[in-house]
Every structure is written in C-alpha cells, then in structure tokens.
Design a protein around this ligand. Structure first.
Ligand SMILES: [Zn+2]
Length: 104
C-alpha cells in the first residue's frame, strides 16, 4: 500500500512490547453525490443525502497524517464539506526545487 499524499510505501502496524506503532491511517471514503429522496406523501419533505459512489480507501502515512494541512483535508472529507478526491492534491512531500549553489 502506498500513501495517497506522498506515495511512500506504508508498513503494517507493528506491535511492540509497549503497544503498537501505526505507520498509516485509513480513511474510508469515495466520490459522493447528493441524492434526493422524495417522500411519497403529498407534503412530505424531500430528503437529501450524500450517496457514496465509488468507495475508496485513502491511505495516509504517519508523516502526512502529522501534517496539519493534510489532517484538515481528511477532516473535511470526513465531514463531507470537501472531498479529498476533488482537490488539487496536497503536496506534502514537495521537493525543494530551489537551485542548488554551484559547487565547482
Ligand atoms: Zn505520506
């Protein structure tokens, strides 16, 4: 399994004498869309709910999970305000591409 954010390989949870070490977190999510359910009664309320389209498990490595930006994205997805799948993608492990000084 790979981290959804930075792509690194994550390890299974390892158990130690003191407890366990978690290397990744799993968010069960998917693409959602609003669905409407009309109450057949004449003045019944229209219910709307988020329908899960394609269930996806988002793997977040422990490093990315520690990143507040990513945590926020996960929380937004979890509470339905913004799907993590629709974003530009948080570049947690963006490489520092500033030019290196020329040693020569
Ligand atoms: Zn990661």
């Amino acid at each position: 399994m790979q981290c959804f954010h930075c792509g690194r390989e994550v390890r299974e949870t390892t158990h130690t004498q003191k407890g366990y070490r978690v290397d990744y977190y799993l968010l069960h999510t998917g693409r959602t869309e609003w669905a409407f359910l009309k109450d057949p009664k004449e003045d019944g309320a229209t219910l709307h709910y988020l329908k899960l389209q394609d269930p996806i498990d988002i793997v977040s490595c422990a490093d990315c999970y520690a990143n507040p930006q990513i945590r926020q994205r996960l929380e937004q997805d979890f509470n339905g305000s913004a799907s993590i799948l629709n974003g530009e993608g948080v570049k947690a492990a963006e490489k520092n591409t500033s030019p290196q000084p020329d040693h020569g």
